[in-house]
Design a protein around this ligand. Structure first.
Ligand code: UTP
Length: 308
C-alpha cells in the first residue's frame, strides 16, 4: 500500500483503444473512433499530448482488430518529413515531428475481444508491472491550459494511492456513469472516496459526482481484475475492481479544471470540434463567424415555427 513516504512516480499510461465505436457507425467500420479529428488532430493525439505534458514516459495502447492506423500515426515518417523539408513547409514539418513517440516508449498489446474497460486494462498488466499508472480514455477530452492528468499528478504527488477525475453531473444523468460515494463536502476540490457504483439504478446514486475517463491507479488493481468477473452491461468493469482497493489504499476523487467533452457521443464530438476550433488562434475568428451565422438561422427557424 502507498503511504506518503513511498509515493512512486507515475511514468506509464494506458490508452484503451480496442472498442468498436458503434455509436459512430458507419464511419468506424474502417476508421478507428480514436482517429476521428477534433480540429487538426485525432482524438488519440490530444490525449497522448495530455499524458506527455503530465510527465508520462511510456505510452501503452491496448488495441484490437483494424486499429493499425493508430500505431502508424505515432510512427516516424521520413518520406513525408523529407518532402515537407524540401518544400520549406517548416510549420507542418514540426506538426508531423511532434506526433512521433520515440523508440522504446511506445508499447502495444491486443485485446482479442472488447470485453469491457476493465478487461482492456488487465490486458496491459505485464507492460505496467508493479508500479502506479495512468489510464486515459481517448474519447473524453478535457480542454484546459493545464491538462487534466497533470492536475491529477499534482494531487497524487501529495496523497499517493489512487486518484480519479470526477465531475458533477445532472441527477438524471448519474445512471449513465460510474458514481462516487463520499462523506466529504462536495464543494471540495479533492474528496476521499468511500465507494464506487457503476451505472447506479435511477434514484440510487450515492452522489452526483461521476467518474470521467482519467485514472491514476496502483498496480494492485490488476490482481482484482484477474477474476474477469462481469458487471454492468455484462462487461468487465474497471469501476467495480477499483472499488476493491478502497479502504486498503488512499483513494481520492479530484474535480478538474477545464471543459469536458464526451467525444464518444456524436453530439459531444461536434461540440468538441466547435470548442477546439474556437480556441484555435489560426481559425477561431472564422469558426466564430460561422457559428454566429448558424445561431441566427436557428433563431429565425424557431421564430417561424413559433409563428406557425
Ligand atoms: P466506450 O465505452 O466508448 O466503447 O469505450 P466503444 O466501443 O469505443 O464505443 P461504442 O460505445 O461502441 O460507441 C471507451 C474507451 O475504451 C475503449 C474504447 O476503445 C474507448 O477508447 N475500450 C472499451 C476498449 O479498449 N476495450 C473495451 O472492451 C471497451
Amino acid at each position: 500500500m502507498s503511504t506518503s513516504q513511498e509515493i512512486k512516480p507515475v511514468r506509464k499510461a494506458i490508452f484503451p483503444v480496442a472498442g468498436l465505436g458503434t455509436r459512430f457507425l458507419p464511419v468506424t467500420k474502417v476508421l478507428p473512433k480514436e482517429m476521428l479529428p477534433i480540429n487538426d488532430r485525432p482524438l488519440i493525439q490530444h490525449v497522448v499530448e495530455e499524458a506527455r505534458d503530465a510527465g508520462i514516459e511510456e505510452f501503452i495502447f491496448v488495441t484490437g482488430r483494424s486499429k493499425e492506423m493508430l500505431e502508424e500515426h505515432f510512427d516516424y515518417q521520413p518520406e513525408l518529413m523529407q518532402t515537407l523539408k524540401e518544400r520549406n513547409k517548416l510549420y507542418e514539418l514540426d506538426l508531423v515531428r511532434s506526433t512521433h513517440i520515440p523508440e522504446g516508449r511506445f508499447f502495444l498489446t491486443r485485446q482479442a475481444k472488447p470485453l469491457g474497460l476493465g478487461h482492456a486494462i488487465w490486458c496491459a498488466r505485464r507492460l505496467v508491472g508493479n508500479e502506479p499508472f495512468a489510464v486515459i480514455l481517448p474519447d473524453e477530452l478535457i480542454q484546459n491550459d493545464v491538462g487534466c492528468l497533470a492536475q491529477m499528478v499534482d494531487v497524487y504527488n501529495q496523497k499517493g494511492g489512487n486518484v480519479i477525475a470526477v465531475e458533477e453531473v445532472a441527477h438524471e444523468e448519474a445512471q449513465n456513469y460510474g458514481i462516487v460515494d463520499t462523506d466529504d463536502d462536495l464543494t471540495q476540490k479533492v474528496v476521499s472516496v468511500k465507494g464506487l457504483v457503476e451505472k447506479p439504478a435511477p434514484g440510487e446514486q450515492p452522489s452526483n459526482l461521476s467518474i470521467i475517463g482519467r485514472y491514476i491507479l496502483q498496480p494492485e488493481v490488476f490482481k482484482e481484475l484477474e477474476s474477469l468477473e462481469r458487471g454492468a452491461g455484462n462487461e468487465v468493469q474497471l469501476t467495480d475492481n477499483m472499488a476493491k482497493l478502497i479502504g486498503r489504499q488512499p483513494f481520492h476523487g479530484m474535480k478538474f479544471k477545464g471543459i469536458r467533452h464526451d467525444a464518444g457521443r456524436r453530439a459531444g464530438f461536434i461540440k468538441a470540434n466547435v470548442a477546439y476550433g474556437l480556441a484555435d488562434p489560426k481559425i477561431g475568428g472564422n469558426v466564430r463567424k460561422e457559428i454566429l451565422k448558424l445561431a441566427d438561422k436557428i433563431r429565425e427557424d424557431e421564430k417561424l415555427k413559433g409563428a406557425a
